[in-house]
Design a protein around this ligand. Structure first.
Ligand code: MN
Length: 388
């Protein structure tokens, strides 16, 4: 029985800018996290006695990578005593001034490029074909160039691209499960999509370190074991986690809160059990409140957290009783809107499933809120629009 054990990772994004955050210290810490999660992968290669390491694109950020990081990469990759096979992704494409062309990589590192897309590792009896990026954007790959699987070898296809997704919007080397399976390879080592996806022998590990609030859930890489007996190849994949941090988003209804202290208590409730150093937090405040919320002041209370953002999306609460007695334009507007709302509510009571009425009520509720806010802020031109 022949066997091959390897680690498959992708989308490391070394030197990612993390530019959504103004804080350069934070960005530097996060770039350090990316290195640390990559080191966890390299250590796993050693600990599991793996034969190979596959990196399916986006190893680094072409626009942000520095000589310093390349020197580091060179050092850590040369310490992995096994072959490291890399394909360029859409963030590190094989363009004219690419580090994949100009840099002297360690002897154990092999870049599969359009000039040299194939490698045969005779000792391991493995044949690897790579389809990477030669530009920052590329459409459908030509799978007809992929050679037929080699008899007596494990056949692996590395590809950086989207699997089974809406191709019109996401034209980054889109492929389908059927197209890949028709190639009859033993394992398809994909990259590009930052979440873990696995369909039989087609695997996309995702980013080892999450790179933003749209990358929740677990992040890591695959340890894969291929075994062949009597012409049949069995694939066993084991996902392992590598992420240093986790992104967490929470929404808090601040309706009824009378002091910032009360809001702080609600925030504390939702982050209970989370770690100030591991979890990167974004709290969104919703609902209606009389308070004018100073988010900077609230954020200061959580300054010991590595990342704690508070977004205020709450709207102003209004006191209906005093509004109705208000002799100004505001009162007149509120009275008019409330009469309309009341009659709508009556209609809805008799016909609670009526979608048109429900929508109309939603619109009126919003009109009341926006109208009152506009009047409060002195933006009377909106009133003019309403009157026409
Ligand atoms: Mn990527």
């Amino acid at each position: 029985m022949r066997e091959l054990k390897f680690i498959h990772c992708a989308d490391i994004h070394l030197n990612a800018p993390f530019k959504e955050n103004r804080n350069e210290n934070y960005a530097e810490t996060r770039r350090g996290d990316i290195k640390n999660s990559f080191l966890k992968i390299l250590n796993r290669v050693k600990d599991t006695n793996s034969d190979l390491l596959l990196i399916s694109g986006d190893l680094y950020e072409h626009h942000f990578i520095t000589r310093k990081t390349m020197d580091w990469l060179n050092a850590v990759l040369s310490q992995v005593k096994v072959p490291v096979i890399i394909i360029p992704g859409n963030h590190d494409p094989y363009i004219q001034n690419s580090w994949y062309r100009a840099w002297e990589w360690p002897d154990n590192v092999h870049i599969l490029s359009p000039d040299k897309p194939h490698i045969l590792l005779e000792e391991l009896k493995v044949s690897i074909y790579g389809i990477g990026f030669s530009a920052f954007r590329e459409d459908k790959p030509d799978l007809s160039v992929v050679p037929a699987p080699l008899k007596g070898y494990f056949n692996i296809l590395m590809l950086h691209g989207t699997l089974d997704m809406d191709f019109t919007e996401q034209a980054y080397k889109p492929v389908t499960t059927q197209e890949l399976k028709a190639l009859n390879y033993d394992y398809y080592a994909l990259g590009h999509f930052h979440k873990t996806k696995i369909i039989d022998n087609i695997a996309n590990p995702g980013s080892p370190e999450p790179l933003g609030f749209d990358e929740k859930g677990s992040h890591g890489a695959f340890l894969v074991r291929l075994s062949e007996s009597q012409g049949e190849v069995k694939v066993e994949s084991h996902f392992f986690e590598t992420a240093c941090r986790e992104y967490c988003e929470k929404t808090i209804d601040v309706s009824g809160c009378r002091t910032l202290e009360e809001i702080k208590i609600r925030i504390l409730e939702v982050v209970e059990g989370l770690n100030y150093n591991r979890h990167l937090i974004r709290v969104t405040l919703k609902g209606r409140t009389e308070l004018s919320i100073d988010t900077e002041y609230l954020k200061d209370m959580f300054s010991d957290w590595l990342y704690f953002d508070i977004r205020n999306e709450s709207t102003k609460a209004f006191d209906i009783d005093s509004l109705l007695k208000n002799p100004s334009l505001k009162g007149a507007f509120a009275r008019e809107m409330l009469i309309r709302l009341e009659s709508l509510e009556k209609l809805l009571k008799n016909d609670p499933e009526n979608e048109n009425l429900k929508r109309e009520k939603e619109v009126l509720d919003l009109a009341l809120t926006f109208g009152l806010e506009a009047l409060e802020n002195g933006k009377l031109e909106i009133w003019g629009d309403f009157g026409q």
